[in-house]
Structures are given as structure tokens and as C-alpha cells.
Design a protein around this ligand. Structure first.
Ligand SMILES: *[C@@H]1O[C@H](CO)[C@@H](O)[C@H](O)[C@H]1NC(C)=O
Ligand SMILES: *[C@@H]1O[C@H](CO)[C@@H](O)[C@H](O)[C@H]1NC(C)=O
Ligand SMILES: *[C@@H]1O[C@H](CO)[C@@H](O)[C@H](O)[C@H]1NC(C)=O
Length: 322
């Protein structure tokens, strides 16, 4: 009797050990699978959406965005910086765009809207963007010819970028949705020098953010003037016409996408006086006391109005694209 009981007990103990171990193993497997699934879910969703792009009638933009989410270049819980860059052909164009595109690769959640002053998209810019690994939109909008002026200078020279910036704004308004897409809009010229820190500052913008710009207007820098008591913008320290409603360079401000999408008529115009483009554009959105000073209360310079010297080319070697 005792022997049978002891045998029974041993069997039962073995049974319990087996049950405990297999349960623990099963729990471990379930936990591991859950972990893998959580990690993969977003990527998997993006992949399935991409695979069914025809069925879902995804726009080119939605598809590009998904591809970048899939590669984990875009984090939808952070605002995206939409930078509009007008560009035109000249000998240093490829060098400038190469310099710029490689800096922009260091910026998280970045979407480059590049607009060529040309009837069609050129091979040079197409190739460069294709190799850039950036999330981008490539557009072309030629500056219209104007009636001849008495002035020797053609009038378009005074208004470079109007057509291209407006084309970029139009794209944003046609492809993004108010209260659904979150972002910051910045006018990023192709000849300036940008610190990665500038883009980190931009992500703090609620309405319109401002900061100093180096090497501009004949001064070492231009900057909004800040009241040390209130921390608000009370004026502008500039070399020219600091009495403008917004004496701020194109490189010196960023705007929340919500404002761009809700004020449909806000754009640049050939009617705006020279040097007043920025000022008149900003007047659509905001008053001076609402400006948000960034870059340590406008004490740091993170963007410079550099200008590449036009090279004097005396000869031409065929077969080399520059
Ligand atoms: C996305 O951004 C949010 C907010 O900053 C952050 O909490 C999250 O970890 C980021 N996700 C990835 C995959 O980087
Ligand atoms: C884009 O780049 C890839 C390689 O990175 C190349 O195979 C492809 O032909 C390029 N497409 C265009 C339109 O330049
Ligand atoms: C900016 O100025 C305001 C008001 O003087 C102050 O409260 C704030 O701490 C300053 N911020 C920085 C980053 O210096």
C-alpha cells in the first residue's frame, strides 16, 4: 500500500513539474510572439498598404510617405518639416543641391519640396533627388516672362522664387489635410547654409517661429529684437527698413502647416514691393506680438545667407557633368 502511494506521489510530482514547465514555456512563446508582433505591426501595415497600392488608389504622395515609414525614416507622431526650395539651372546648381541634400539627410522627419524654375523637371535634379534617400516631391514651375521694363534689370530678377514658392504652397494645400497632417513649413533657399539645430528649433513652432539669420543685409546678422521682460518680439535689428511689419528674411521664419492650410489665399505675389515679400506674406497669418522667438530667444545663429561665387569658367571639357 505504502509503495503504491509513494509511486503515486512521485508520478504526481513529475506531472506537476511537466505541467509547470510546459506552461512557462508556452507563456514565454506567447510573450515573445506578442513582442515581435508589436514591433512588426506598423511595418507590416505599411508593407500591406504598399502591396495593395493599386487597389487602394493611393496617391503618389501617400505611397512615398508609406515607403519612408516602412524604412522608418518618418515618425508620424512628430511634426514633419515641409521645406519648399526654388531652384534654377546655373553652373553651381548641382554642387549646391548636393551640399544641401546631404545635410538634409541628417534631419529627422523631413519632406523636401523642390520646385524647378523650368518648364519641365530636369534630368540633373531628378537624378540627384533619386539618389538623395530623402522623402521629396519634385515639381517644376517656370517664372513667366514679363513685359520689358525701361530698367536694364529684368523684373523677374527682383522676384526670384515667387512662382516656385507658390507652386510648393499649392502642393501642400492639395495633398495635405487640415487637422490630420501635422507639420511646419519652411522656405529653404538652395544657396544658404543650414545647421541641423535649426530644424530641431522649428519643431517647437505653434504658429510662426522666428530666429536670427547670419550674413545678411550688409550686417553680420539680422535678428528680431526681444523684450527681455516679456520674451516677445518688439522690433527688428536689421540693416534695411527695420520699420517693415515683419523685417525678417525668408530664411528667418517657419510657419505651422495648420496656418498654411487654413489661409488658402496666402501666397507670394509679383505686386509685392521688393524686400516686402516676407513681410506681406506673414501679415496674412499673424501679428508681431504673436511671433515665437526661437534659437535661445533669438541669440543664436543657425542659418547663414551664404552665396556661392559664380565661377569664371574659361574652358570646357566634354563628357563631364558638373
Ligand atoms: C516617434 O516620436 C515619438 C515622440 O517624440 C517617440 O516617443 C517615439 O519613440 C518615436 N518613434 C520612433 C520609432 O522613433
Ligand atoms: C534611381 O537610382 C537607382 C539606384 O539608386 C537607379 O537604379 C535608377 O535607375 C535611378 N532612377 C533614375 C530615374 O535616375
Ligand atoms: C527667453 O526669455 C524669457 C523672458 O525673458 C525667459 O523667461 C526664458 O527663460 C528665455 N529662454 C531662453 C531659452 O533663454
Amino acid at each position: 500500500m505504502d509503495n503504491i502511494n509513494a509511486f503515486d506521489m512521485r508520478l504526481r510530482r513529475k506531472y506537476i513539474v511537466v505541467v509547470v514547465f510546459s506552461s512557462a514555456f508556452a507563456l514565454f512563446v506567447i510573450w515573445k510572439l506578442y513582442q515581435i508582433q508589436t514591433d512588426m505591426k506598423d511595418l507590416y501595415c505599411a508593407k500591406v498598404l504598399i502591396q495593395n497600392k493599386e487597389l487602394l488608389h493611393l496617391s503618389h504622395y501617400q505611397l512615398t510617405l508609406l515607403e519612408h515609414m516602412y524604412k522608418e525614416n518618418i515618425n508620424r507622431s512628430l511634426p514633419i518639416i515641409y521645406a519648399i526650395t526654388p531652384t534654377y539651372y546655373r553652373l553651381v546648381q548641382k554642387a549646391e543641391l548636393t551640399r544641401l541634400s546631404q545635410v538634409l539627410r541628417l534631419v529627422e522627419n523631413f519632406h523636401w519640396i523642390i520646385v524647378e524654375d523650368s518648364d519641365t523637371k530636369t534630368d540633373l535634379v531628378t537624378g540627384l533627388l533619386n539618389e538623395s534617400h530623402l522623402l521629396y516631391t519634385h515639381l517644376a514651375a517656370k517664372t513667366p516672362p514679363f513685359e520689358k521694363l525701361k530698367d536694364k534689370d529684368p523684373r523677374w530678377k527682383k522676384h526670384r522664387g515667387v512662382e516656385q514658392r507658390n507652386t510648393g504652397l499649392k502642393w501642400l494645400r492639395e495633398n495635405l489635410e487640415l487637422n490630420k497632417d501635422r507639420g511646419i513649413v519652411y522656405f529653404l533657399d538652395d544657396d544658404n547654409t543650414y545647421s541641423v539645430k535649426l530644424f530641431e528649433e522649428m519643431r517647437k513652432i505653434k504658429k510662426v517661429g522666428v530666429w536670427p539669420v547670419g550674413l545678411v543685409g550688409g550686417f553680420n546678422a539680422e535678428a528680431p529684437e526681444i523684450d527681455p521682460k516679456t520674451g516677445k518680439v518688439i522690433g527688428y535689428k536689421t540693416g534695411w527698413r527695420s520699420d517693415r511689419p515683419f523685417a525678417i528674411d525668408m530664411a528667418g521664419f517657419g510657419i505651422n502647416l495648420d496656418l498654411i492650410l487654413s489661409k488658402h489665399d496666402a501666397q507670394f505675389s509679383y505686386k509685392m514691393a521688393k524686400g516686402f515679400q516676407e513681410s506681406e506674406f506673414l501679415s496674412y497669418f499673424i501679428t508681431k506680438d504673436e511671433l515665437e522667438p526661437l534659437a535661445d530667444n533669438c541669440t543664436k545663429v543657425y542659418v547663414w545667407h551664404t552665396r556661392t561665387e559664380t565661377p569664371s569658367v574659361k574652358g570646357y571639357i566634354p563628357g563631364l557633368e558638373v
